[in-house]
Design a binder for this molecule. Structure first.
Ligand code: TRP
Length: 457
């Protein structure tokens, strides 16, 4: 008998849920993407907007996703079909499956780079390089090395997902997440105690409002959605594995808190170190996808104990990436397993191979496909921008509209209160945000940014 007919797998403990969901949330989005978009969009002002979005939009959307999944006991697509039969809402689930392809395609490019850099750091070749910009350019434009690492990363991801929820995802995130936290703190202490680090800390926390426009606001919202893993059904899928006695609002708040703390710690790890070792201002550093792979290795090279810190740093990146890629792949695998009736093994194989095919194009857009642009962006750039700022933003918008107006208050309250057992004065407030505030806020930002500032970054 295929495992489709057995009882649905679940997370086995509260800590397991937090580890898995925080593992999904904490990723390259925190360590690689966050310092990148923060430095591109005015530092402190961006950070404030970001934290505001996490609190007022991120947590309500996360709670919405958890409730949809746990109530329906199904994948991102099937959940909408179950909760709103005969309506087109399943299209939102479908958008989520497509978004998973888009995100994992470019994400696995960067995840592959982290493996290469971990190996370079361990073998010492990283510091033999005279010029880190050149080192990154040579590697990322190489015709097959980055592709190989990307595929290795996809295999690692597939192995965990294939092992299932309890024995794969929960088990690995329970081990890796605590390690990640300890290591980040270790590197932050080093970074902020460097001579000259103060300027970087200032840059991060003193807001410069002149750098803010609609696009900045959209980028902050997009980054918040990307970082919390909301807007595409990852947390609907994970929600369907959460047991009925878990407190969903508490879980959402804890996951958001963990993710935001790690985003802030990551920027404290990256930005002050960059300031300490670069002459001039942040404006002289060209922030690009390579920020973490060009500027930081230089920093490590000039830092006492840099070898150790570079190994830890790239190991951190790999771990953070892996606990996130598994959550994106699981969205597609759960869909294929439940809707297309494939076994977990076949679903994992089909999903990871098809995503890898798109991913290879993203990776090659740093080399042989570098001149191929759409709307002025490379394939990688387009997938990166479109997923976070357009697809996730619209996904989050549709999810809150669904919960606020289709699932409705009594179903939602029933789900988050565990059938009336948990009483909290926040429940009503959160529903009000989901029904009115979040859709209006996300709607205005998305529309204004797209129409006033243009489609692409
Ligand atoms: N949140 C992860 C990060 O910050 C990436 C990620 C995992 C994600 N699952 C997602 C982003 C779902 C959006 C949607 O790196």
């Amino acid at each position: 008998m295929s495992d489709n007919f057995l009882k649905r797998d679940t997370f086995s403990s509260k800590f397991g849920v937090i580890a898995a969901a925080a593992g999904s949330a904490v990723g390259l989005g925190n360590i690689w993407r966050f310092p990148l978009v923060t430095t591109q969009n005015g530092g402190g002002a961006f950070l404030l907007l970001y934290v505001g979005f996490i609190l007022f939009i991120g947590i309500p959307v996360m709670l919405s996703e958890f409730s949809i999944g746990r109530r329906a006991q199904s994948n991102a697509f099937g959940s909408f079909k179950k909760l709103a039969p005969g309506t087109p809402w399943y299209m939102v689930g479908f958008l989520g499956i497509i978004t998973a392809f888009v995100i994992l395609a470019f994400y696995s490019t960067v995840a592959g780079w982290t493996l290469e850099y971990l190996i370079q750091a361990v073998t010492g070749t990283l510091f033999q390089s005279e010029n880190m910009e050149q080192n990154f350019a040579d590697f990322s434009s190489h015709p097959y090395r980055p592709v190989l690492w990307q595929l290795v990363f996809m295999v690692l991801t597939a192995v965990v997902v294939f092992a299932g929820i309890k024995k794969g995802i929960e088990k690995i995130t329970k081990i890796l997440m605590p390690i990640l936290v300890v290591l980040i703190i270790f590197v932050v202490v080093r970074s902020v105690t460097l001579d000259g680090a103060k300027e970087g800390v200032k840059y991060l926390f003193v807001p410069d409002w002149s750098a803010v426009n609609f696009k900045t606001v959209l980028m902050a919202l997009g980054q918040a959605a990307f970082s919390l893993s909301i807007g595409m059904g990852t947390l609907i899928t994970y929600g369907s594995y959460i047991r009925k006695r878990n407190n969903l609002l508490k879980t959402s708040t804890q996951v958001a808190l963990a993710d935001t703390s790690i985003a802030i710690l990551s920027s404290l790890m990256v930005v002050p170190a960059i300031f300490a070792f670069s002459t001039g201002s942040i404006g002289d550093i060209s922030p690009g996808p390579g920020l973490v792979f060009e500027v930081l290795p230089n920093v490590f090279k000039s830092m006492p104990g840099g070898v150790i810190f570079s190994i830890i740093f790239f190991f951190l990146l790999c771990v953070a990436a892996l606990t996130s890629t598994i959550s994106v792949l699981e969205v597609v695998v759960a869909y294929m397993k439940e809707e297309l009736k494939l076994s977990r093994g076949k679903a994992t194989l089909v999903a990871s191979v098809s995503i890898s095919v798109i991913g290879v194009f993203a990776t090659l857009s740093f080399g042989v496909l570098g001149n191929f642009t759409i709307l002025g962006q490379t394939i990688f750039g387009l997938l990166n921008y479109a997923s976070a700022n357009i697809m996730l933003t619209f996904g989050a918008l549709l999810i809150v509209i669904f919960v606020g107006w289709s699932l409705g208050k009594s179903n939602f309250m029933d789900e988050i209160s565990n059938k009336g057992i948990i009483i909290s004065s926040f429940h009503k407030t959160v529903f009000f945000i989901i029904r009115y505030i979040a859709p209006i806020a996300i709607g205005i930002i998305a529309v204004a940014a797209l129409f006033i500032e243009g489609l692409t970054g």
